[in-house]
Design a protein around this ligand. Structure first.
Ligand code: AMP
Length: 478
């Protein structure tokens, strides 16, 4: 077990020397792996960000009253704090997010999440642990063969370079036998944990059964950390220590770091379909950013609130007052909130629609805005030129249709360009990740979040139950 004297790498409360010592250990593992697209190299290259985060959290945590208490309390113990002495021969339950997309022949079409899980597993096996690997896949209702984790085995073999055993269930005597047969440095993949409905109910008995397989717990499933499920939260009551994996750690370093102590100027780009689904994010970011650029379907609610006609564009009529109050809030906070000055309009919602570019104030009846226009791209790009940190969530238009993907692609390219100039660029999950992948610039970004819902909740300033449940980082005396 790591004592208070051992370095607590994810301790955002700990002294910078201990952080410095431990971060390279995570990065060293990561760098051996083909993970550049996930930006692990950027993590290694950005110890300053980690220091900023830590000092800011210390400052904020020490204050009373309002403040991101939730974020401060996310200073968690890391798997990197556990040494070979802690891990050798130990059975470690690792909850990863291996929820990869499969085609109809059960081939993995995007293995990003598997690659993202590799550094933690490699660290554990290289320190002699016995890894019991758990994940969900899809939304099965009971045992559903098409959601079996069997197709993941060859891919894990490919990235880990060792044979991975696979159990047909995640609890029970057969699983126990396989666990007991695991050698040091071995990996056993459990079957889809959501084949048991008790998982999502966070059933204590089920959690106990999962936990009984192991001695220690590592949560590396950032994508499900916003859910209190048996394998993400329940098991922590029975396994000590319960620590954060390297992926979870990195997600928090960037998403919490960006929120608490960005290098300024700090810009956020928020797009997507509806303002209603991004209210929390916009409100939270308005407290932190210097510049807020808005795009996507939500802009038409803002235009209508300002008395402009929006044709048949997507509008949330019940959110007009909200849009007005967000604009006022931006003004009172001194945030430069930019709405697109021109839009690409379409005569129908279709890939082959007729299109035209018009000023935002001149959308004709019967036409809908499906992308930001070229003037807006230029204005947004110019605004971004001065920034040091940019966080992006949500596409600028209906990027699924090539004709209306130009604005989104231009922003993706702009962020890639800024990254190469040293700007910290963070892609906050969901469709913006798909956009940067589509443009082929994912490997240029500082960080690409692997969790859509979880990253949104973090950006809203919420606590993630799967993180809260982990053991606190061990404070290190200064
Ligand atoms: P979200 O999940 O809220 O980030 O929204 C992503 C979706 O917003 C994508 O599927 C886009 O097609 C959609 N979207 C972006 N711009 C528009 C627009 N102008 N009108 C309708 N939908 C849009």
């Amino acid at each position: 077990m790591a004592s208070a004297a051992s370095p607590a790498s994810f301790s955002l409360h700990s002294a910078s020397t201990s952080r410095r010592r431990a971060i390279p250990s995570a990065a060293a593992v990561a760098l051996r792996s083909p993970l550049r697209r996930l930006g692990f190299a950027g993590f290694a290259a950005d110890p300053v960000l980690s220091d900023h985060v830590a000092s800011r959290i210390l400052a904020v945590a020490g204050r009373s009253g309002r403040g991101p208490r939730g974020l401060a309390s996310m200073a968690k113990r890391s798997v990197g704090d556990l040494t070979a002495a802690d891990l050798k021969g130990k059975k470690v339950f690792v909850r990863a997010d291996l929820n990869v997309p499969l085609d109809e022949n059960l081939n993995i079409t995007d293995d990003t999440r598997i690659r993202a899980a590799v550094p933690t597993i490699e660290y554990l096996i290289s320190n002699g642990a016995k890894v019991i690997l758990s994940s969900h896949l899809g939304r099965p209702k009971g045992v559903t063969p098409k959601y079996s984790l069997n197709p993941l085995v060859p891919s894990l073999f490919k990235y880990l370079g060792i044979k991975v055993e696979k159990a047909d269930d995640c609890i029970g005597p057969e699983v126990e036998k396989l666990v007991n047969a695991l050698p040091e440095g071995g990996v056993l993949l459990l079957e889809n944990v959501r084949f048991h409905p008790e998982e999502e109910k966070n059933d204590p008995e089920f959690a106990k059964k999962l936990a009984s397989l192991a001695e220690l717990y590592v949560n590396d499933a950032f994508g499900t950390a916003h859910r209190a499920h048996a394998s993400t939260e329940g098991v922590t009551k029975y396994l000590k220590p319960s620590v954060a994996g390297f992926l979870l750690q990195k997600e928090l370093e960037y998403l919490v770091g960006a929120v608490l102590n960005p290098k300024r100027p700090f810009a956020a780009i928020v797009g997507g379909s509806k303002v209603s689904s991004k209210i929390g994010v916009i409100e939270s970011l308005l407290e932190k950013v210097d510049i807020l650029l808005l795009g996507g379907g939500m802009i038409f609610t803002f235009y209508k609130a300002q008395g402009l006609s929006v044709g048949s564009s997507l509008v949330e009529d019940d959110k007009l007052d909200l849009a007005t109050s967000l604009l006022q809030k931006a003004k009172s906070k001194g945030v430069s909130l930019l709405l697109p000055s021109d839009v690409v309009i379409a005569d129908k919602f279709a890939a082959d629609a007729n299109s035209n570019v018009v000023p935002s104030s001149a959308i004709p009846d019967g036409w809908m805005g499906l992308d930001i226009g070229p003037d807006s791209v230029k204005t947004f790009s110019d605004a971004l030129d001065a920034t040091k940190t940019v966080i992006w969530n949500g596409p600028m238009g209906v990027f699924e249709f090539d004709k209306f993907a130009v604005g989104t692609e231009a922003i993706a390219n702009k962020l890639a360009d800024l990254s190469s100039k040293g700007v910290t660029t963070i892609i906050g999950g969901g469709d913006s990740v798909a956009a940067v992948e589509k443009v082929g610039v994912a490997d240029k970004m500082s960080h690409i979040s692997t969790g859509g819902g979880a990253s949104l909740e973090l950006l809203e300033g919420k606590e993630l139950p799967g993180v809260v449940a982990l053991n606190e980082a061990v404070p290190v005396a200064a």
